[in-house]
Design a protein around this ligand. Sequence first.
Ligand code: GLN
Length: 292
Amino acid sequence: MAEQWTIKKLLDWMTSHFTEKKIDSPRLTAELLLSFVLNMQRIELYMNFDKEVEKQKLDNLRELVKRCLNHEPVQYLIGRTEFYSLSLKVSKDCLIPRPETELLVERAIEFLRTRTGRQHVCDLCTGSGCIAVAMAKNFRDASIIATDICDKALSIAAKNVAKYNLADKIHLLHGDLFKPIIDQLDGKEFDLIVCNPPYISLPEYENLDQKVKNHEPRLALEAGPEGLDIYRRIAAEVGSHLKKDGLLLLEIGWLQGKAVKQLLDDTKIFGEIKIEKDLSDNDRIVSALKIV
Ligand code: GLN
């Protein structure tokens, strides 16, 4: 008689295999892959431990396990990730939203809640749209323009906007940083501009973990010799897009605080420029309030 693969047996097998091959979070990864293949919630796996899995599903699972062992991120394999308590669609065309970026969202929402009336917000390099969607879900009176240079990433953002019924609050525009806003001759200045740009330096990029380097889009990660290319361009253009008393919030790499602060200082349009650390005690967020 052929071997019977139950849910429990499959989870145990994958977990030990992933552990042996040093895949991150082996048990969680096993549960995510199997619940995806079986179209179940993770909790349902536990309620169906002894259920046998049919051959077609086993074949699908085997294929995903193979890709996982090749260090393809599990979020791409199952096509989604969790961000700011939302379930977002992702694909290899966009960066996988990182937990550190939730801090940027947190600060954005805090700032918006200090203000009254409709808030005009701009999210540059929106990628999967994670920041825009999380802000829109958590602040009622926001009108958000989110731009990205990559139209394939924007189509993922569009799916996330649709999934959470936010089409009336988030307007997606295709183009480089502020360029699509200028092209639209939209003279509007924003109350808040947020951006998690590509910020990995070239030498760092070469040494990135294979999981990131071989699978996530280079365009979303690498930004020149010091990783500062996009910050320079934002600093040069931000003045004409931000209201007086408006806030600029940027995610940065852990070694970039001083350099980014200097770039913003040089514009002479910001008051206090603050650098904030993430939960791992690395510099991660720069905030700058426009005073002129
Ligand atoms: N804004 C998106 C994110 O935070 C994409 C960022 C990027 O592509 N660099 O995940």
